[in-house]
Design a protein around this ligand. Structure first.
Ligand code: CP
Ligand code: NVA
Length: 305
């Protein structure tokens, strides 16, 4: 069956747990230099309408290491740039490949791609969410703490961003406690908070938000596509930096996550990002292992049909 992964809840909790177990196996295999070629001769097409380093590298490396191939259909030099509808692009591209991944702006675009694709579609970030990053972050929590359920995650800064939205979506499904710390105007709307009504608490005081946190998380203050608002965002979010003083108010062994790219001196201090409590570099590595498990799952499920 064709299973798209456009948002966290497109997979059940059991499926996510199975993915985490598989990602851990694949991580171990790579550590031991054991070759795993479960996607031999399959092809991934990637479409980027926004910049990327980690998503591009980790999806490409994942597919190649699993024995598959990758085609990067840059939106700027394909017919998409000359106005060919995305629906037609999906119809054609999905006849050449086994799985599609897209990074774009509005969620309607990735939904249009999925609706017109014969093969599974994976969301590589939209304005509305970053599900592959969130499941990687939760895998990193699971790997370090043995469990996601019942843990306390504090997300500080622009929590109305794609990252914040996907964390809210995941909180109810995984049953962790999510504490959001943002200034006025930077918390998710009521419609988003309703996705996990029992698991999310909102604060305007960052110090209060990190209390009891096992994990402290932040993201850039200006997401891709919001560059025109950058000066206002810097001003509004001033005081919401994750620095050593804020980390000290979380649990003593709390660790720090950032999806990257990071702006040292804005949403996070260099001391925290580059310090011993930072799991951001393991988190970035885990994109590879988690996405391998996801690619394997959706491609092999689609072949069962
Ligand atoms: N975290 C993340 O998605 O990074 P890129 O924007 O570099 O892909
Ligand atoms: N919220 C950020 C995430 C980058 C991976 C953005 O959308 O730019």
């Amino acid at each position: 069956m064709k299973r798209d992964f456009l948002k966290v809840k497109d997979l059940s909790l059991d499926e996510h747990v199975a993915l985490f177990r598989r990602a851990a196996q694949l991580k171990e295999a790579r550590l031991q230099r054991r070759v795993v070629k479960t996607l031999r001769s399959r092809t991934l097409v990637m479409i980027f309408e926004k910049a990327s380093t980690r998503t591009r590298l980790s999806f490409e490396a994942a597919m190649l290491q699993l024995g598959g191939n990758v085609i990067d259909l840059s939106a700027t030099n394909s017919q998409l740039a000359r106005g060919e509808p995305l629906s037609d692009t999906a119809r054609v591209a999905s006849r050449y490949c086994d799985v599609l991944m897209m990074r774009t702006f509005g969620d309607a675009r990735i939904e249009e791609l999925a609706a017109n694709s014969r093969v599974p579609v994976i969301n590589g970030l939209t304005d509305g969410g970053h599900p592959v990053q969130i499941i990687t972050d939760l895998f990193t929590v699971w790997e370090r703490l043995g469990e996601v359920k019942g843990k306390t995650l504090a997300f500080i800064g622009d929590t109305a961003s794609n990252m914040g939205r996907s964390f809210v979506e995941a909180a109810g499904l995984f049953d962790f406690s999510l504490r959001l710390g943002s200034p006025e105007g930077y918390l998710p709307g009521k419609d988003v908070l309703a996705w996990s009504p029992n698991n999310v608490r909102c604060f305007h005081d960052a110090k209060e938000a990190v209390q009891g946190a096992d994990v402290v998380i932040t993201d850039v203050w200006t997401s891709m596509g919001q560059e025109a608002e950058s000066a206002k965002r810097l001003k509004d979010l001033h005081g919401y930096q994750v620095d050593a003083a804020l980390m000290a108010r979380a649990k003593p062994k709390a660790f720090f996550l950032h999806c990257l790219p990071a702006h040292r001196g804005e949403e996070v201090s260099a001391e925290v990002l580059d310090g011993p409590a930072s799991a951001a570099w393991d988190e970035a590595e885990n994109r590879l292992h988690v996405q391998k498990a996801l690619l394997e799952y959706v491609v092999l499920e689609a072949e069962k049909a």
